[in-house]
Design a protein around this ligand. Structure first.
Ligand code: ADP
Length: 516
């Protein structure tokens, strides 16, 4: 039993070390699925933000390059207005330029290339409204940083970029009036196309009208936008980004589901493995129990004949018995019990030979009736001494079969032993042979305790014993008899069957095929 306990250990180890943690982890993962999705989404959104940021930076760099360009112009070559106009021809996204002295921003606008009075009015009103921001641009410049600010104009699609520039050694608040749509299509869109590649769709939206003005997916507007940022220099426009194909949510969901699926798969494998492990251990435990039951059953069975033999032998040895009759009776008892003992030992030895595959069978042409008659001659004393009557009916015209008479003798003896062991008041046994179609039947019928229906399929298993009912429980036995009978019949290509009813009796039939 100690050994068995040791083997339960690994099962609990598996449960505690593998199944429980992996099960708990799966549950945890399942409950954290939403968090995980959010996490993936967050990480992904940061990446999209970075893409949009880089586009804004690009627009800013472009305008900064323009400003540097303008500053480098040689103002001595001609009047400023003319120089501006030349520059505008080379940079058609820029519609107009003007400058005014930075220390007097409320003064006259100088060098204005504009000849559009409505636009001029629009600019002036913007100037008034944006006094604060303009102040900031000047302060930044005085502190060494040139800030370029973008403002939306009310007229057409124009935007205004304001910045400080040095012209001829003087500080000017300068401005570029830019055609926003052209700026987007000429400057931003080629860059957007390159960034979008196969992975993204990038769009530009006009915020106040809500219209999509550009999309890298030609002529198509994506159904939804995953991330959006306003364009720093064009405040009424925003850039949007959308991953091509699956949305981030889909990607995150798919990844999370795949993880969970994989975990569940591992759990299933673990459970299957644990189940096999458990089954093996259960088998070991059963085997250990069977072994210990077997030893105790056999010891029990051997003890009775041994004590009878030693008791009668001792009485005879003391020479106290003078009557020859009595002496003969005692010798007989000793002989009978020794026979029984050797029967038990033979059964165990035969079983062990069968198990190890070493049992040899010798096949001869035999008459089943002869074998049965032999058994009955040897067995009649035992039947009579136990108060049994046997009714024997043999079929006259049985064909000879090929068989091992000794093994068949042993099978019949085992069945008769059981018939005696498991009978109560009605001490009667019927034995018959008959020919049924292509087979010969040997039947052994008793009127004993019978076998419960659900036990009948197990009784031919080795070591199996029925434990229901007082007689079955207390009858001595090893649980080997019927398994030997079964084996003998298999070797003869036949079978053993049972018909039995509790408290009515049992009929065991040995079926031998007739060889042609
Ligand atoms: P055992 O040594 O226990 O008799 P067997 O293999 O011969 O072992 O039989 C297995 C079990 O089948 C027995 O324990 C008994 O319960 C049941 N059995 C066998 N023969 C009979 C019978 N004739 N009547 C009732 N029960 C029987």
């Amino acid at each position: 039993m100690q050994k068995v306990k040791l083997k339960i250990g690994p099962w609990f180890f598996i449960l505690i070390l593998l199944i429980i943690p992996s099960g708990l982890y799966t549950i945890l993962e399942l409950s954290a699925m939403d968090d995980q999705e959010e996490l993936y989404e967050g990480i992904y959104k940061n990446q999209l933000d970075a893409v949009l940021f880089s586009l804004n930076q690009y627009a800013d760099d472009n305008v900064r390059a323009w400003v540097n360009d303008l500053e480098k112009l040689d103002w001595e070559v001609g009047p400023k207005k003319e120089i501006y106009k030349n520059w505008l021809t080379n940079n058609p996204q820029c519609a107009y330029i003007f400058s005014l002295k930075a220390d007097n921003i409320n003064g006259e606008i100088e060098y204005l290339t504009i000849d559009n009075p409505a636009l001029e009015a629009d600019i002036k009103s913007k100037f008034e409204k944006e006094q604060d921001n303009i102040g900031k641009i000047i302060t930044y410049y005085n502190e060494g940083y040139r800030k370029i600010m973008g403002f939306d104009l009310d007229i057409e699609h124009y935007s205004m970029f304001l910045f400080i520039s040095q012209l001829n050694g003087e500080k000017y608040l300068s401005s570029m009036i830019v055609d926003s749509r052209r700026f987007i299509s000429d400057i931003l869109s080629p860059r957007m196309q390159r960034i979008a590649g196969e992975n993204f769709i990038l769009t530009v939206k006009h915020i106040s009208s809500g219209n999509m003005v550009f999309s890298t997916l030609l002529n198509t507007t994506p159904e939804s936008i995953t991330d959006e940022q306003s364009i720093w220099l064009l405040p009424d426009y925003s850039i949007g980004i959308q991953p091509k194909g699956a949305t981030i949510k889909d990607v995150a969901k798919k990844r999370a589901y795949n993880n969970i699926l994989f975990l569940l798969l591992i759990d299933v494998f673990l459970l299957i493995g644990a189940w096999f492990f458990y089954r093996n251990i259960k088998r070991e435990i059963n085997l250990a129990k069977i072994k210990s039951d077997f030893v105790s059953n056999v010891s029990h069975e051997i003890r009775t004949p041994l004590s009878l033999i030693s008791m009668y032998a001792e009485t005879l040895k003391m020479n106290r018995i003078t009557e020859e009759d009595k002496k003969g009776k005692y010798y007989n008892i000793i002989y009978r019990e020794a026979q029984r003992l050797s029967g038990i030992v033979n059964n165990i030895l035969n079983f062990s030979r069968i198990e190890s595959g070493k049992r040899q069978f010798t096949f001869d042409l035999i008459d089943i009736n002869d074998v049965l008659n032999d058994v009955m001659t040897n067995y009649s004393y035992r039947l009579e001494s136990k108060g049994f009557t046997a009714k024997v009916e043999l079929c006259d015209d049985l064909p000879m079969i090929k068989g091992d008479s000794e093994a068949i003798n042993e099978a019949i003896t085992n069945l008769l032993d059981n018939a005696i062991k498991y009978s109560k008041e009605i001490k009667q046994i019927e034995i018959y042979t008959k020919k049924v179609k292509d087979s010969i039947h040997i039947g052994i019928k008793d009127f004993g305790i019978g076998i419960p229906t659900k036990e009948q399929k197990h009784i031919f298993d080795k070591f199996y014993r029925v434990t229901k009912g007082a007689l079955a429980l207390h009858a001595k036995g090893s649980g080997l008899g019927l398994s030997i009978v079964n084996h003998v019949m298999q070797v003869h290509k036949g079978k053993v069957t049972v018909e039995s009813e509790e408290s009515v009796g049992s009929t065991f039939t040995l079926v031998f095929p007739i060889q042609k």
